[in-house]
Design a binder for this molecule. Structure first.
Ligand code: SF4
Length: 264
């Protein structure tokens, strides 16, 4: 049976480190490996830059899978704001396009067995539940976890990134999470930094927050600390950035990151 080997790159550090790790430690599979990025169209500019850098460093093209309907189209036609209790963003912008991509691949290139390489680290082995195999077509897919198999922990991932020269994605200078610029899992300080680094994207997010469909009288907030308009009031900006600095003071991982980026 034909085999497909797919590594889905998110533009984050773990999947990137996995790509470099596989080149070094699993060269036979790396040869056959296809890089795929499920492009929501809403990622940060730094993420797109990082993906370009990965292509150059590894000399391999990344297939960019685009959803049939863009986020703007979905929002404009439904006025639905994605939120933790309404994660249609993940389903429509990532999960469905990934399943359609596999389906199309089968139609074009023939039946086969799919191996998905997943950058879950050894210290995250308890999160192993969510894999493409849990979605559909269980009988033609298998999730492979090289970092768990080879006991690769968070500090090993960092070493791989630094040693390879690719380093961290640039958004790590101001935000710890990969994903859409309006992701509702961001902390207040991340939102404020989004405003500082990408004011245009912040204003777009503010537009969605204010113009999305709501229950009568409801004030919708993506961030529990306040609406996006409230968060950028000067006293709030100061407060949440100070709060973050306090947390960072005692966080060894964050300190290492700041050293890597030479941020004072
Ligand atoms: S990164 Fe956040 S907003 Fe984007 S698809 Fe994932 S959960 Fe939704």
């Amino acid at each position: 049976m034909k085999e497909y080997h797919i590594l889905s790159l998110s533009g984050g550090k773990d999947s990137t480190a996995l790509a470099f790790f596989m080149k070094e430690n699993m060269p036979d599979i790396f040869e056959k490996l296809e890089f795929v990025f499920y492009d929501t169209g809403c990622d940060l500019p730094e993420t797109y830059d990082y993906l370009n850098k990965i292509e150059v460093f590894l000399n391999k093209k990344i297939t960019k899978v685009i959803p049939e309907k863009s986020f703007d189209h979905i929002f404009d036609t439904s006025l639905l704001i994605p939120a933790p209790h309404r994660r249609y963003c993940t389903v429509l912008l990532k999960v469905e396009p990934s399943l359609k991509y596999i389906q199309k691949k089968i139609e074009k290139e023939g039946d086969g067995f799919f191996y998905f390489y997943i950058g879950l680290r050894a210290d995250e082995r308890n999160r192993k539940g969510v894999t493409p195999t849990t979605l559909k077509n269980r009988n033609i897919m298998k999730g492979i976890y090289p970092f768990i198999e080879y006991s690769i922990y968070q500090n090993d991932v960092e070493n791989i990134l630094v040693k390879s020269g690719i380093n961290y994605p640039d958004y790590y200078k101001w935000r710890a999470r990969n994903g859409c610029y309006f992701c509702f899992y961001q902390k207040a300080s991340d939102w404020i930094n989004l405003y500082k680094y990408h004011p245009d994207l912040y204003k777009k997010a503010m537009y969605y927050e204010e113009n999305g469909r709501k229950a009568y009288g409801e004030v919708f907030r993506w961030c529990p600390k306040g609406t996006l308009r409230e968060l950028i009031e000067p006293e709030n900006m100061k407060k949440y950035i100070q709060e973050k600095q306090e947390i960072l003071k005692n966080n060894l991982y964050a300190k290492n990151l700041l050293t890597t980026f030479n941020i004072k």
